[in-house]
Design a protein. Structure first.
Length: 411
């Protein structure tokens, strides 16, 4: 192996160096060492190359004309790849040293110069882009740790009713006061996958309320008892879904508030998990609520309006059903097949009992299977009997009024 050394210092002599060269490859090109007055394209310490088409060769000069350790930095600043090849001693490219992709720089140096082709080694010196700054990339739910991004769920304490904005993405919202409401953003405005975590560490119930027509698991709101928590996720269109619901062992009861308008509504398992249920809305037809076929104790409140019934049942054919009168709350038992009034089997005596007034279509005292027939209280000092939703008789201080008159019998 030949080495070119200075007789004065004993150090390796390198060819006269050209610091920088910009080359456009329009065909294969053989470089020359910048010695002996070569006028062809010289090898520079740094070469920027633009290839007008893929597959061109950039051929290095004969390795025998320089010492080992000779190095070149070649960078592809164009959009097409090219190949750096060893010298073959002819006009044809020699063995491939490295193929240089667009935007990539290769550092190449000579390790053996005993042949014209020589032995070359290369390493990717770097791509033509800057390194990302993790701190600048970290958005909601992320934090920077040196050069990496890590999941982050910062805790935010909330001490009063508030509207949750998009900036609460991925945060853990810790409710820390009495009863109140957290109003969610529009699911469509924050997009599919936006989420936050809510925990109740206060002294009262916190109610999560969506806006517009959005729902939470199909419900109009979601209540969290003391110590309960959940993760709530936007579906990007119709509202919100939850997971990881941690229920309280000390305060086990939660309320379902559901707006109904008639027809048949089958409760989901998450809806039916609410022991206390309140039904609102204006009924345009009879409303049937289908409960899961499980054993459960319920409290049903009928806050609906309209001249139609609210009935509770299971999906089991032939099971008993329960009708909850308007403006009344009834305790009910579901045994997986039947739905019973929990008070129907009680025994004892009362000194007095106070009932709601009722209406001609929904009398206070009515009958299973015929809830529009019975007794009601139309006004102060009056008592009325209704038959199939129509007035049958009215008792007042003025006497007895029978709108349809008397029929049958002898008078």
């Amino acid at each position: 192996m030949s080495n070119y050394t200075s007789p004065f210092t004993g150090q390796t002599i390198y060819p006269s160096t050209v610091s920088y060269e910009s080359i456009t490859l329009t065909a294969n090109l053989i470089l020359q060492w910048p010695i002996n007055g070569n006028t062809n394209t010289p090898v520079s310490s740094i070469i920027d190359v633009t290839a007008t088409s893929s597959g061109y060769y950039l051929v290095l000069p004969p390795a025998t004309q320089v010492s080992t350790g000779q190095s070149i930095l070649i960078r592809n600043v164009g959009s097409n790849f090219f190949t750096v090849a060893a010298n073959s001693g002819t006009t044809a490219p020699g063995a491939t040293i490295v193929s240089v992709a667009s935007g990539v720089a290769e550092y190449i140096w000579l390790t053996d110069n005993t042949t014209v082709a020589g032995t070359w080694t290369s390493i990717v010196f770097g791509a033509g882009t800057s390194s990302a700054n993790a701190a600048q990339l970290a958005g909601y739910g992320l934090s920077a740790s040196n050069l990496t991004l890590n999941e982050n769920n910062p805790v935010t304490f909330i001490n009063s009713s508030a509207t949750i904005g998009s900036m609460y993405q991925s945060q853990f919202l810790a409710w820390s006061t009495g009863s109140g409401t957290l109003t969610l953003p529009s699911a469509s405005s924050v997009g599919n996958g936006w989420f936050c975590i809510v925990g109740n560490y206060g002294t009262g119930i916190v109610t999560l309320t969506p806006v517009g027509t959005d729902t939470i698991n199909g419900n109009s709101n979601q209540q969290l008892q003391l110590t309960e928590s959940l993760t709530i996720v936007s579906n990007g269109s119709s509202g919100w879904n939850t997971y990881g619901y941690g229920r309280s062992n000390s305060f086990a009861y939660t309320q379902l508030a559901l707006t109904v308008t008639g027809g048949t509504t089958t409760l989901s398992s998450s809806q039916a998990a609410n022991t206390i249920q309140a039904y609102n809305g204006t009924l345009t037809s009879n409303q049937i609520i289908v409960l899961p076929s499980t054993v459960q104790l319920y409290s049903f409140t009928n806050n609906t309006t309209g001249t139609y019934t609210l009935t509770f049942k299971t999906s089991v054919s032939g099971g008993s059903t329960l009708v909850a009168a308007q403006n009344q709350t009834v305790m009910a038992i579901c045994d997986g097949t039947n739905v019973y009034n929990a008070n129907s089997g009680s025994a004892g005596s009362f000194t007095s009992i106070t009932l709601v007034s009722g209406t001609v279509s929904t009398p206070t005292i009515n009958y299973t299977g015929d809830t529009s027939t019975g007794i009601y209280h139309p006004a102060s000092g009056q008592l009325a009997i209704t038959l199939s939703g129509s007035l049958g008789a009215l008792f007042s201080s003025s006497g007895l009024y029978i709108p349809n008159g008397l029929s049958g019998g002898t008078f």
